[in-house]
Design a protein around this ligand. Sequence first.
Ligand code: PLP
Length: 389
Amino acid sequence: MPKPRGRQFFANPGPTNIPDSILRAIDRPAQDFMEEAFIALVRDCTARLKRVLGTSGEVFMMASSGHGAWEASLVNLFSPGDRLLMLESGYFSESWTEMARKFGLEVQTVAADRRRGVDPAAVEAALRADAAHALKAVCLVHNETSTGVTVPPAAIRAAIDAARHPALLLADTISSLGSIPFRMDEWGIDLAVGGSQKGLMLPTGMAFTAVGAKGMEAHRRARLPRHYMDWSVMMTRPHRSFVGTVPTQMFHGLAEALRLIEEEGLEAVFARHARLGGAVRAAVRAWSGNDGPQIYCVDPQRQSNSVTAILMPDGHDAEALRRHAAGRYNVSLGGGLGALGGRVFRIGHLGDLNEPMVLGTLGAVEMSLRDLGIPHGRGGVQAAMDALA
Ligand code: PLP
């Protein structure tokens, strides 16, 4: 098939659409990263990023994707043999677990129904059973991008406190920051990991850890080997981030991203995501008729406003649908990850997105369902428009 004409509709849950004004802000020549004006830009961006995170703690940035921030969270807080409690959510909690084990950490998991997410009572029970306080941290993925299921961090903090357990609370906010509410200090989160390419609307390649006072205290005792991601080394640098060369263009992009978020207002950003996420879910509920595709997350309270994973009817391949939507309509959807490969496709509805972009994507999915003879209920786009009206 020849490549379809017209603009691509990019409905991946990360990377996400990069606004033109961010592309223009990044499009500039190399610069000395030790220049005073640039150091001031980094400091200004860091202070404003803290407001998005809802923290007065430290923010340490590095040139990497989100995996780098995961690694930074582990090497900066723990010592070989330390024990973590990972709340199972899906592909990304599994990947963080795998990384921790490779670093010589012991990981105990709290099992969860993947379509509902973890039960805070199970977290409390696991912590109460740890009378010796061997568990050093509880780790959660706030928005599991592979399933579209969110975990309420405040409820997990309440479970830790109810068990009177001193474990740190670590939250992955990679696909929640800047799209659904995340309030680090208010929710008692000791460390957050984030990345550039989702709600912040930037290219992939910058990641960060945000750390509260309890996390910094743990850092001073932590003995895992580290260098590039070492917060103590970063603190000796004028930017208080980056052990190596600083990606200067990324900061001009970040300043513009923060300007866009501030101009719209963080609460309005969240409301827009809630509106668009609601429209996508209304469409999928309509398609689910006639034994059609379904919203993977079955708990309405936990359905993500930044990504919806959609479970295909038995015997139908999500990858065939994705190929068709891309090849015929130039719409890029997310695929199923890990065990969900071929069984789900994902519509990312985060970042620089508005109603017509979402409706266009939903229209292409609905036409693809029809083109491929996949059973579904009609009227998904109409239901989405009704939800938006
Ligand atoms: N955590 C979550 C929730 C993610 O969605 C992703 C990537 O999509 C990651 C971690 C890993 O980040 P990266 O792919 O940027 O290394």
